[in-house]
Design a protein around this ligand. Structure first.
Ligand SMILES: CCCCC/C=C\C/C=C\C/C=C\C=C\C(=O)SCCNC(=O)CCNC(=O)[C@H](O)C(C)(C)COP(=O)(O)OP(=O)(O)OC[C@H]1O[C@@H](n2cnc3c(N)ncnc32)[C@H](O)[C@@H]1OP(=O)(O)O
Ligand SMILES: Cc1cc2nc3c(=O)[nH]c(=O)nc-3n(C[C@H](O)[C@H](O)[C@H](O)COP(=O)(O)OP(=O)(O)OC[C@H]3O[C@@H](n4cnc5c(N)ncnc54)[C@H](O)[C@@H]3O)c2cc1C
Length: 661
């Protein structure tokens, strides 16, 4: 689509774009993380969207279960080949964002890229990397990450799959002792992968040392048949991601060499001696890495959904504001603005938090190389909290965008249903959100109780700032609002700690008291993580070197985000005295003013997300706004429209209609 050719564009969108008061390209660069990143993303996307191999012969929704898998595997394989053919020197994980939308509904090679290769990088020693990394990067072997079992996903310590060391032949015996020990869920496991990283309970010299990672060949490299002692299959249709072959796996005393235990952090020596790691949760490193990646992935899902909803809201006319006047664009309704524009603000919140988290991850990884694990708990807490909030915010945001599109948003061709099912899964995988938030709460309570001891963990240093508990601010600057979030988080942590202590003082065991307080603990974790996001948002926008137009837009979005979240949880702000009822009322009024300020810029801001139509894949969100013709054309693709009278009529309806004659 030629974006300079206004003749092909919907009139409303032309008018919206003329209102733009900032430099769109500059904002695009901020979204991408710099000019060079924008250029790289566009280069990749051009390469993909001009390639006919990525086209589907018929829309996926009309394909059989097998055809969907096969079609997506065809495209995934082609994509991997294409990326491999690219000039070297690019980190493929940096490019993952550019690929959003090219593969639809879960691709069978995703976990190979996002977990199997990272597991080898993070868990294998240099000899093992020598053996498997190159082969997996060249796609000579395809792997997945098999941790979850039928009986246990969350509670990793409860996994039942066993890896028992046999020193006589220097092998591990992998075994699935019960039905509940069956590995269940791993992406690509059913039919695609021939290798996997398996998390299994390590037994050596008669002792269990807990879950450890092992690399296991699953299928013959020539015939692709499952190896003896291994049972593999696919687990069946899911809410979404149905082009993937999420699988199951059972071992029947299957033997692998000792050297297949991934030994970067802990080892089993030839005689069976166990050498423990520097930190006993280093084997959970792959999960932590992916949790960091999920924050960015969630921001991209939301960019897709809100681009669709905003453009559609500008094109769609319905009802009336002024009696008797022409039907307005639905974006003119304040309630519609309240649905859509906070989601735009949320995109930037997630982008800036993802970047901040990624920096922390790099510095923790660098320290780990020197054997320093001090900041691992901090990274675990931040990555858990941000994974949880980003996935739940983005899922809710996508759903709100679907609702904002009325009936048409429910159509598959809007691409909102698939965007939703492809986002909400992130609430569950890689650590169910409630469980991860309780991990954050555990860290908060522990940090609160060790106030005064220097830990170097900056995300919780505010817990020591007891003086701020008594002070409410009369200023309403963005910084002051961020302080209010801090106060709210601190006061919730203080309240939860006091409640826990009281229960313990009354004679309850700590773990019972913990469970009894866990709804409040969840709130603490959410408030703490929200404070982190708000602080990063405010700091990033404040320190940004940008033109006045872009800075103004981001300042308004940031302020909207802060006020929106205060209004959603205003009880917490009132309870701790951070804000008064009057303050809240004023802020609610200001939120509506901000919606009005941002409304004329909304289409241009989502244009700055720069998502090509071919990747957006939406009848409602296309750049030219030609919504109704596209809806009609898509409907014509329904196989039911091939004939005027379907066979089912003769088989079922006709007999029914004639039965009473
Ligand atoms: C690279 C690009 C990425 C792009 C991403 C885009 C899309 C996503 C791609 C793929 C997704 C598709 C597939 C999904 C795959 C999966 O889902 S894989 C399976 C994931 N499973 C989980 O996440 C399981 C969740 N459970 C856990 O992680 C643990 O069981 C849990 C942390 C909840 C508890 O562990 P446990 O061993 O029981 O610990 P305790 O609760 O007893 O705590 C003991 C102490 O250990 C600390 N701790 C726990 N984990 C860590 C860690 N990772 N690092 C550091 N420390 C950790 C914990 O805080 C306790 O500390 P204290 O004793 O309080 O000091
Ligand atoms: C699309 C998708 C892809 C996946 N891909 C993979 C993969 O590639 N590899 C892999 O190994 N796994 C994969 N998984 C599995 C995923 O990691 C697990 O489903 C997830 O970790 C949740 O575990 P669970 O299913 O056991 O849920 P459960 O833990 O059984 O959760 C059920 C409920 O119990 C609650 N609950 C559980 N424990 C606690 C607790 N301690 N405190 C309070 N509440 C609790 C939860 O909050 C939730 O409400 C995938 C899952 C999905 C949906």
């Amino acid at each position: 689509m030629d974006k300079n050719n206004e003749r092909e564009c919907n009139e409303d969108l032309i008018r919206e774009r003329r209102k733009c008061n900032f430099n769109i390209e500059e904002l695009t660069n901020i979204v991408d993380g710099g000019k060079a990143r924008t250029a790289r993303r566009r280069e990749i996307q051009r390469l993909l969207i001009n390639d006919p191999e990525f086209l589907d012969e018929i829309p996926q929704d009309y394909m059989s279960h097998e055809d969907r898998y096969s079609n997506e595997l065809r495209k995934s394989a082609h994509l991997m080949q294409k990326l491999a053919d690219q000039e070297s020197g690019h980190d493929i994980h940096q490019d993952i964002g550019a690929l959003t939308g090219i593969l639809k509904d879960g691709n069978p090679l995703m976990v190979h890229l996002s977990m199997f290769i990272p597991a080898i990088l993070g868990q294998a020693n240099s000899e093992q990397q020598e053996k498997w990394l190159g082969r997996s990067l060249r796609n000579e072997i395809i792997g997945t990450y098999a941790q979850t079992e039928l009986g246990h996903g969350t509670f990793v310590r409860g996994l039942e799959t066993r890896a028992t060391y046999d020193p006589t032949v220097e092998e591990f015996v992998l075994h699935t002792p019960t039905i509940t020990a069956t590995k269940w869920w791993p992406g690509g496991l059913g039919k695609t992968c021939n290798y996997c990283v398996v998390m299994a309970q390590l037994y050596t010299q008669g002792r269990c040392y807990g879950p450890h990672p092992f690399i296991v060949q699953l299928r013959d490299e020539e015939t692709h048949r499952s190896l003896p002692g291994i049972t593999l299959g696919e687990i069946g249709p899911r809410l979404g991601l149905n082009s993937n072959d999420n699988g199951f796996l059972k071992f029947e005393n299957h033997r692998i060499p000792r050297t297949n235990m991934l030994m970067k952090h802990s080892q089993v020596l030839k005689d069976g001696t166990y050498v423990k790691p520097l930190h006993n949760k280093l084997s959970y490193g792959t999960m932590m890495l992916v949790r960091v990646g999920i924050v960015g992935a969630c921001s991209r899902s939301l960019q897709y959904a809100v681009t669709i909803a905003t453009r559609y809201s500008a094109v769609r006319h319905q009802s009336e504001i002024v009696p008797g006047q022409p039907e307005p664009q639905i974006l003119d309704y304040q309630t519609q603005q309240y649905k859509v524009i906070p989601q735009i603000a949320s995109v930037f919140a997630l982008i800036f938090s993802a970047r901040s988290l990624s920096k922390i991850q790099s510095s923790v990884t660098a320290k780990l190389k020197d054997g320093n694990t001090d900041l691992l708990p901090e990274l675990h807490s931040l990555s858990s909290g941000l994974k949880a909030l980003s996935s739940s915010d983005a899922s809710w945001g996508v759903e709100v965008c679907r609702l904002a599109c009325g009936g048409h948003g429910y159509l598959a061709s809007s691409n909102l249903p698939r965007t939703y099912t492809g986002t909400t899964c992130a609430i569950t995988y890689e650590g169910e959100n409630t469980v991860l938030l309780l991990q954050v709460a555990r860290y908060l309570i522990k940090s609160y109780r060790s106030i005064g001891k220097e830990t170097g963990a900056s995300s919780v240093s505010y817990l020591a700032d007891q003086t701020s508990l008594a002070s409410s601010s009369s200023s309403f600057s963005n910084k002051a609002l961020v302080q209010a979030f801090k106060l709210s988080a601190l006061s919730l942590v203080a309240e939860a700690e006091a409640r826990l202590q009281k229960l313990c003082d009354m004679g309850q065991e700590f773990y019972h008291a913990w469970n009894y307080c866990s709804v409040l603990l969840l709130k603490c974790a959410e408030a703490h993580t929200r404070y982190y996001i708000c602080e990063k948002y405010e700091q990033t926008v404040d320190s940004l070197k940008a033109s006045e137009g872009v800075k103004n837009v981001l300042q308004s979005l940031c302020r909207l985000y802060l006020i929106y979240h205060i209004t959603l949880t205003h009880g917490d702000f009132l309870k701790c005295g951070a804000l008064t009822p009057r303050n809240i009322a004023v802020l609610e009024g200001e939120m509506c003013d901000l919606l009005a300020v941002l409304r004329p810029q909304a289409v241009s801001i989502v244009d700055a997300f720069d998502i090509p139509d071919e990747l957006l894949g939406s009848t409602l969100g296309c750049w030219d706004g030609n919504v109704y013709q596209r809806l009609y054309d898509e409907a014509l693709k329904s196989p039911l429209n091939k004939t005027d009278v379907p066979d089912a009529y003769y088989k079922y309806l006709l007999p029914l209609m004639k039965s009473s004659l």
